[in-house]
Design a protein. Structure first.
Length: 371
């Protein structure tokens, strides 16, 4: 039986037990973290004999699409006991979530997959990339003494951090418009050992992990801020053997390295996205082109032919494809012309090129968060 779980002490203990079993950590080690998460999440469960045997967390979040801030539902903690895997419970839960969040006005949904193939069956598609940079102590960028850097508490830093990501171009399309509960949960509860340094037009969140300094987030609006924060980082070169930064920003941090070839860099596929409401998305994007597209989607409210203004159409479609293909195009990840070549879209190349001309593919979707 699929139900939205009303959190009670007994249900919470069941949620913890299933979570620990599915993700392989000792029961009781993440109680505080999970307790804070379920205060904001809606937990969907498949209940058998009064026991939660499968569950999914739906997180109420928001995303920036340039001038618009839209509702997004983050999917996390997807878990089932091994004896019930394959019984269709997760499919039923995901179907219910899609219907519920559509009715609640969500436009998009994000998740971190254990398998991209598995979540494509629910309409999700890979959209974001992340790069992991690793420097040894003798190759970390030296930076320069430009503007003062100050170590501050989370509460002191929060207004500065909000202001900076509010202006940074990489946080304007596809990135989370971080709600206050998410700021605090993610950066004080989930990552309780974070330290923060700020400077004029920049900030850095970081933590220590053995002989490694982990840069959780480094965001700057000016080159002076970059140099100041990297000087702050490199001053630790006598203490730490390695320095590591993972983010999705378009900035290539090797530019500041005296020996770029010495920087270990690994690009990896990141989170997936599902269009929850394509009509609303098309209206928000307001692409200045007259065209009809056909969308194949198991969620019937999205399926069918649409004008680019978000209205239903009975006319012949110039381009057609799955909701996953349209996710890539409409959210600036892949050009329509390229998806014609791969067979993910169908139609004529002139229409694909017309559509590509009105989408700003120089503005890549970037995501710095994780859930």
């Amino acid at each position: 039986m699929i139900t939205t779980v009303a959190i009670t002490p007994s249900n919470f203990e069941q949620i913890l037990a299933l979570d620990a079993d599915a993700f392989g950590y000792p029961l009781g080690t993440k109680t505080t973290y999970r307790r804070e998460l379920v205060k904001n999440a809606t937990v969907y469960g498949d209940i058998n004999d009064d026991t939660i045997t499968s569950q999914v967390f739906a997180l109420p979040l928001h995303v920036k699409l340039n001038a618009a801030t839209v509702k997004m539902v983050g999917i996390g903690n997807v878990a089932s006991y091994p004896e019930v895997r394959g019984n269709g419970a997760i499919r039923r839960i995901m179907t219910q979530i899609q219907s519920d969040v559509y009715e609640d006005g969500a436009i998009l949904s994000y998740l971190t997959p254990f398998s991209y193939r598995f979540y494509r069956q629910f309409g999700y598609e890979w959209l974001f990339d992340q790069k992991q940079y690793t420097w040894d102590a003798d190759t970390v960028p030296a930076g320069a003494k430009t503007t003062p850097v100050k170590r501050v508490s989370f509460d002191e830093a929060l207004p500065t951090m909000k202001a900076i990501i509010g202006q940074h171009p990489d946080f304007q399309f596809g990135a989370l418009a971080r709600d206050d509960w998410w700021w605090r949960f993610r950066y004080t509860v989930r990552l309780s050992d974070l330290k923060i340094a700020t400077t004029e037009n920049g900030y850095m969140m970081y933590r220590f992990e053995g002989d490694k300094l982990i840069i959780q987030e480094l965001v700057t609006l000016t080159h002076d801020a970059e140099l100041a924060l990297w000087r702050f980082i490199s001053s630790r070169a006598g203490t730490f053997k390695q320095f590591q930064l993972t983010d999705g920003q378009t900035r290539d941090w090797r530019d500041l390295s005296a020996e770029p070839m010495a920087v270990k860099i690994q690009q990896q596929a990141g989170m997936m996205v599902r269009i929850v409401n394509i009509a609303a998305l098309l209206k928000i994007l307001a692409l200045p082109v007259e065209m009809v597209i056909d969308v194949t989607d198991g969620f019937e409210q999205n399926a069918g032919r649409w004008q680019m203004n978000g209205e239903k159409s009975t006319a012949i479609a110039q381009l057609s494809g799955t909701v996953q293909a349209w996710t890539k195009v409409l959210l600036h990840a892949r050009r329509a012309e390229m998806l014609l070549q791969t067979g993910e879209l169908h139609g004529d190349i002139k229409s694909a090129r017309r559509l590509d001309q009105v989408i700003d593919f120089s503005q890549r979707p970037v995501l710095a968060d994780y859930f």
